[in-house]
Design a protein around this ligand. Structure first.
Ligand SMILES: *[C@@H]1O[C@H](CO)[C@@H](O)[C@H](O)[C@H]1NC(C)=O
Ligand SMILES: *[C@@H]1O[C@H](CO)[C@@H](O)[C@H](O)[C@H]1NC(C)=O
Ligand SMILES: *[C@@H]1O[C@H](CO)[C@@H](O)[C@H](O)[C@H]1NC(C)=O
Ligand SMILES: *[C@@H]1O[C@H](CO)[C@@H](O)[C@H](O)[C@H]1NC(C)=O
Ligand SMILES: *[C@@H]1O[C@H](CO)[C@@H](O)[C@H](O)[C@H]1NC(C)=O
Ligand SMILES: *[C@@H]1O[C@H](CO)[C@@H](O)[C@H](O)[C@H]1NC(C)=O
Ligand SMILES: *[C@@H]1O[C@H](CO)[C@@H](O)[C@H](O)[C@H]1NC(C)=O
Length: 604
């Protein structure tokens, strides 16, 4: 009992119980006392803890005596604790920390030795702390990997020179600071530690980058979204980045930043002098003249253009492209023609384009495996060979949330390697009565939910040997019959009369008031006295008047010994056919059709 209290020690009351009984013998590793208005670390905290979330409490002054000796503590979160002063030896007792989070504290004084006891620190988070410079006294933090200092007043991205010895340093997040100028000497340390580092400068008011300031620097990722105040500034800024080597470049604007007008058509030319493999362009503007967005992206392996207005896709001679994303750019046609013959393309995502009503075929893309065309407004009268040809490797096809997709016999010829197919919330025509999918022997996932299909037989899914997920909710099922039957289900919470005993409700409303009785045999059914009672009643009615009948569904396997406990069940199962539930999607489909038939069949 006591042990349970300890394990659940995350509420204020059990917090107290925990400390009064638990000191010394606990095995708790993670501890949260977030938002308790505490003004000191509870002294009886177990010395073995590894994670302490102390955020949203009140600790104005930090000094050596604030923390007890916690040698195993690796993660300390002190977010929003109103911390103003951090003295020299503050972290002496928790010196094995790997992660220190000080987000949202109005720190006005940082003792020069404040951080230096943290020899093992890997992540330091100083977001929104009023920081005005990166010249922090942290010479001893040689294992530092991440420095997150977004939302501060830092004006220079210049790092202290000792950081060039920080071999594992890999992330500097400076988003939303006040950096307006970057000069060559500001990047000196970066040049030495760069290699595979992520540098985030988004949301700074960049006015000037000294040309060549990034020449010869290697970065894993550079994020310069929403840093340029105008189109002209972006043009000059990109040019100034010449000679930079970066694996992934993110630029353009965030959604809610201001829009600007295009004056020139060569505003992206600077990109041609930056070496990158992946580029993410967050375009939020409508060009007044046709522009060549992709001209300097032809050597990239991954290209994403997100948000904006490009009516028509240009022909681009991508040389090594593997992944292409065209998201929310209001294309007026799906650019099958322009993108055909891209022999290296493996993944193509064209989504959230409000305009297209028509799609050209994608032809001769021998490596294409993944095609996502969801959330457009496409109408395809005949899918899918008319849309895809010579794409032998295609495995994933997503047409969900479009207008209308027509499927025909032979519609998947040449697309035999499909494994995942999604049509949900698109109107799908003809699949309900034709076996149009029969050659998709590798298909394992099919979603045709809410696709306005009327299934008239089960041959729709003929041939799908490997299917293990089938989503067909929200469609019509006609089985082999004469329209929608008028049937009503008796539910105890809805149909049983209040104030009447359960037994008389079962007899009057349930058993006697129904034409059919469905018995779902499960472990619970066997164990429930009410269920056994109901079944006995149903049997006696079944014996007396032949007009009632019982449909038995075996939901799960029940031991024979147990099923014999229910009077008559065993005998009934031997004499009558019953339905067995199965997880296999095809048998599943057959199950529903048989059940429907059994329910609406009239008795002789
Ligand atoms: C927090 O604690 C202080 C005293 O330490 C008290 O004055 C204040 O009312 C408390 N605030 C809340 C919200 O409980
Ligand atoms: C803090 O430590 C530095 C050296 O790390 C020392 O120069 C300074 O005097 C110390 N300050 C206080 C207030 O102890
Ligand atoms: C920083 O590291 C040096 C060398 O290991 C050590 O002498 C010094 O005491 C450390 N500073 C602090 C504040 O721990
Ligand atoms: C940002 O820096 C400029 C100088 O570059 C300064 O004039 C301005 O006050 C700073 N803004 C803030 C919010 O600190
Ligand atoms: C570069 O860094 C990223 C993320 O920081 C990491 O996933 C990747 O493995 C690194 N690559 C190399 C070559 O070190
Ligand atoms: C693409 O790569 C080729 C060969 O490496 C080079 O000649 C060309 O300038 C590059 N183009 C761009 C736009 O980067
Ligand atoms: C298809 O795209 C829709 C909309 O983007 C998404 O919700 C769904 O998960 C995708 N389907 C699969 C199988 O990935």
């Amino acid at each position: 009992m006591m042990r349970r209290v300890k394990m659940n020690s995350f509420t204020i009351s059990s917090f107290i119980i925990f400390f009064s009984i638990g000191a010394g013998e606990s095995c708790t590793k993670h501890y949260s006392c977030m938002g308790r208005n505490l003004s000191c670390i509870p002294p009886s905290i177990p010395s073995s803890i590894q994670t302490l979330d102390f955020s949203f409490n009140v600790l104005k002054h930090l000094q050596k005596t604030v923390f007890p000796v916690l040698s195993f503590l690796r993660v300390l979160d002190l977010s929003r604790c109103q911390i103003e002063h951090i003295e020299n030896d503050t972290f002496y007792n928790v010196k094995n920390l790997a992660t220190l989070i000080l987000t949202g504290n109005p720190i006005t004084y940082f003792g020069p030795g404040g951080l230096n006891s943290l020899h093992n620190l890997q992540r330091l988070v100083l977001v929104d702390t009023g920081l005005s410079s990166l010249q922090l006294q942290m010479n001893n933090l040689t294992k530092l990997q991440e420095l997150r200092v977004g939302t501060n007043n830092v004006q220079s991205m210049s790092l202290p020179s000792f950081m060039s010895n920080f071999k594992d340093f890999s992330l500097l997040d400076l988003h939303a600071n006040n950096i307006s100028i970057i000069k060559t000497d500001h990047t000196a340390v970066l040049r030495e530690i760069g290699r595979n580092m992520t540098l985030i400068l988004s949301w700074n008011p960049l006015l000037y980058i000294e040309p060549g300031a990034f020449k010869g620097i290697y970065l894993g990722e550079l994020d310069i979204r929403s840093v340029f105040i105008s189109c002209a500034a972006q043009k000059v800024g990109l040019k100034a980045l010449y000679g930079l080597n970066v694996k992934r470049l993110k630029f353009g604007k965030h959604k809610d930043s201001f829009r600007f007008q295009f004056s020139d058509t060569d505003f992206l030319d600077g990109l041609c002098s930056i070496y990158f493999q992946e580029v993410y362009y967050y375009i939020m503007e409508k060009p007044s003249k046709p522009i060549s967005v992709f001209r300097c992206m032809i050597n990239a392996t991954n290209v994403a253009v997100i948000g904006g207005l490009i009516d028509e896709m240009e022909y681009v001679h991508f040389r090594e492209i593997k992944e292409l994303y065209l998201v929310s750019i209001k294309l007026s046609t799906l650019p099958g023609k322009q993108l055909s013959h891209l022999h290296t393309l493996e993944k193509l995502v064209i989504t959230h384009n409000s305009a297209p009503s028509w799609a050209d075929a994608f032809i001769d893309m021998p490596k294409l495996q993944y095609l996502d065309l969801s959330s457009n407004r496409i109408t395809l009268k005949q899918c899918c060979t008319t849309l895809l040809s010579d794409t032998p490797q295609i495995r994933y096809l997503n047409f969900s949330r479009n207008a209308e997709i027509g499927l025909d016999v032979g519609g998947f010829d040449g697309l035999d390697s499909l494994e995942i197919l999604d049509f949900h919330h698109s109107t799908v025509v003809r699949v309900g009565y034709l076996s149009v999918l029969s050659n998709l022997k590798y298909l394992r996932y099919l979603d045709v939910s809410y696709s306005r299909i009327t299934f008239t037989n089960i041959f729709s899914f003929y041939g799908l040997k490997n299917l293990n997920v089938l989503k067909i909710a929200g469609n019509n099922f006609q089985g082999d019959v004469n329209g929608v039957p008028r049937i009503q289900l008796c539910l105890h919470m809805r149909d049983f009369q209040a104030g009447k005993s359960i037994a008389s409700n079962i007899i009057d409303e349930g058993i006697m008031g129904s034409r059919k009785i469905i018995v779902v045999v499960s472990q619970h059914f066997i164990d429930s006295a009410w269920c056994r009672f109901e079944f006995e009643l149903a049997q006696s009615r079944f014996m007396m008047e032949r007009s009632a009948n019982i449909i038995i569904i075996i939901l799960e396997d029940v031991e024979e010994r147990k099923s014999k406990k229910v009077f008559g069940l065993h005998k009934h199962l031997k004499k009558n056919t019953y339905l067995k539930w199965s997880r296999d999607p095809l048998s599943n489909m057959r199950f529903w059709i048989r059940l429907r038939k059994a329910i609406i069949a009239t008795n002789q």
